[in-house]
Design a protein around this ligand. Structure first.
Ligand SMILES: [Zn+2]
Length: 183
């Protein structure tokens, strides 16, 4: 049987310009799991929590090991930067959608002044709000910043924080994706 990851080699390689090759990149889990063969310089980084998300001996572990052999470095982002990212995520409403690894990816990119390779729109959105560069791998990256807002279906009141039910009328509260300049 053909390894599903190996079968993509040579077809879906990312084409990066000469300038991009000189940049630093932080990879997120989705990129490693995408199975794309990424030809970059040795300026590739991940935070340690990414390794926890990739099961040892699992389907993608081999790919991960290949990235490591190609120079992928594991670096821990500073705690102060992690706290700053969390604060910002709460502001944009992305916090509940982010894993610990996602937060570390953002923190590491911020710390190293690197570009994040990610197909995760939540990470892209937060990166955008922090002026961190990002690049999609399998999908096109978002072009507009958005945030999440919460609105009671019954009385139409808005909430900035996620709430289970409206504390004014008890109505059901739905999550609404907003473009930054809305409202
Ligand atoms: Zn209500």
């Amino acid at each position: 049987m053909i390894d599903p990851i190996d079968s993509t080699v040579g077809e879906n390689n990312l084409s990066l310009t000469a300038i991009e090759v000189l940049m630093k990149y932080v990879l997120d889990t989705s990129v490693i799991l995408s199975g794309k063969d990424i030809h970059l310089s040795d300026q590739m980084f991940i935070p340690p929590s990414i390794t926890d998300e990739i099961q040892k001996g699992g389907r993608w572990y081999k790919k991960f090991q290949r990235y490591q052999a190609a120079g992928l470095r594991i670096v821990t982002p500073p705690g102060t930067v992690i706290e700053m990212i969390k604060k910002q995520a709460k502001k944009t409403g992305d916090f509940l959608r982010l894993s610990e690894a996602d937060i570390e990816v953002l923190a590491l990119a911020y710390h190293l002044n690197a570009v994040i390779l990610t197909d995760d729109y939540t990470i892209q959105n937060l990166a955008r709000s922090l002026n961190i560069g990002y690049k999609g791998v399998a999908q096109k990256e978002i072009e507009k910043e958005y945030r999440w807002a919460y609105r009671c279906k019954k009385c139409k009141r808005w909430f900035d924080e996620p709430v289970e039910e409206c504390f004014i009328c008890g109505g059901e509260v739905s999550t609404v994706k907003m473009e930054s300049d809305d409202r």
